[in-house]
Design a protein around this ligand. Structure first.
Ligand SMILES: [Zn+2]
Ligand SMILES: [Zn+2]
Length: 294
């Protein structure tokens, strides 16, 4: 068991090393996220979650576009939020030295038990924003920084549950550009070398799903005109899909054959030069991630 665990950490080390070789200009960003990615994957393996109530969704509603999270709670009050956040703090300390004082204050607040963390994770979007501002004020930490840390914890729980749910929804039809599990828009698309289908990757829960190549995932526009494919010269695998109808872009790995050697969050970190170019062209990302807003 221990051997397997260190094996998978080594695999992630190698994936990040390869991405640094591919995109040396993005080395600082990749190195900043390295401890977080390694810790996240270690916690993902160690974590054991209660399934209460047992997973259940209405297949008709699901196939009509209502994601799993809107039908079944995926973040529970009983999940080990404090342990997860505490376990992530050393990774943030290592990768993001600028956060040091913020992390010290957060750790102190956790010890004093003044943050009801589960309120954040089980709350709706507005509730979460309100809590982040309130906690930001009490702890003197910028709200987005607390969000960055807390959302890294929810990613682990969501990914753990997403892996199980993926098996349950396998045979069901899903024709939406947002994630069938957590409802977020994709952070990256992948087009395979042989089959040529497009798959969308969700950075909030780690899920990957198939989606039409001729429809915009964000606004569902479908047409001959108004959608484009922006390619980087001399790097045929790196591209961005753009839609004039909603002015959004989606970074796309084009004709990849080595998907098993990749981690799509690591790939997205290596491709931020495309985010810069697309945002200079006044396109907005389909989803905001911890790394694509400049
Ligand atoms: Zn998702
Ligand atoms: Zn669109």
């Amino acid at each position: 068991m221990m051997k397997d665990r260190s094996g998978s950490i080594r695999r992630f080390e190698e994936i990040i090393d390869r991405e640094v070789e591919r995109h040396p200009h993005n080395q600082p960003l990749l190195e900043a996220f390295r401890p977080l990615i390694l810790t996240r994957n270690r916690l993902l393996e160690e974590l054991e979650l209660e399934e209460n109530p047992p997973f259940q969704i209405d297949e008709i509603r699901f196939q009509g576009g209502v994601p799993a999270i809107e039908q079944h709670p995926l973040l529970l009050e009983s999940d080990p939020w404090e342990d997860l956040v505490r376990s992530l703090i050393p990774a943030f300390q290592k990768g993001f030295p600028d956060l040091k004082e913020d992390l010290d204050r957060l750790e102190k607040a956790l010890s004093e038990g003044v943050l009801a963390l589960s309120d954040y994770f089980t709350g709706n979007r507005d509730g979460q924003q309100n809590l982040l501002s309130a906690w930001g004020g009490t702890l003197s930490i910028a709200a987005p920084r607390i969000g960055f840390i807390l959302n890294s914890a929810s990613r682990i729980v969501l990914e753990k549950r997403a892996l199980k749910i993926a098996e349950r929804i396998q045979g069901l039809k899903w024709e939406k550009g947002y994630c069938p599990i957590c409802g977020s828009f994709p952070s990256l698309a992948v087009i395979g070398e042989k089959i040529g289908e497009r798959r969308l990757h969700c950075s909030r829960c780690g899920h990957l799903w198939r989606f039409s190549r001729v429809v915009c995932p964000y606004c569902e526009y479908e047409g001959q005109e108004g959608m484009d494919f922006f390619l980087i010269e001399e790097r045929p695998q790196e591209a961005a899909f753009t839609c004039d109808s909603c002015q959004r872009y989606l970074v796309t790995l084009y004709r990849v054959s080595d998907l098993h050697d990749r981690d799509l969050d690591v790939s997205a970190l290596g491709l931020t030069h495309i985010d810069v170019i697309m945002q200079e062209k006044n396109f907005a990302p389909m989803t905001v991630t911890d790394w694509n807003v400049f």
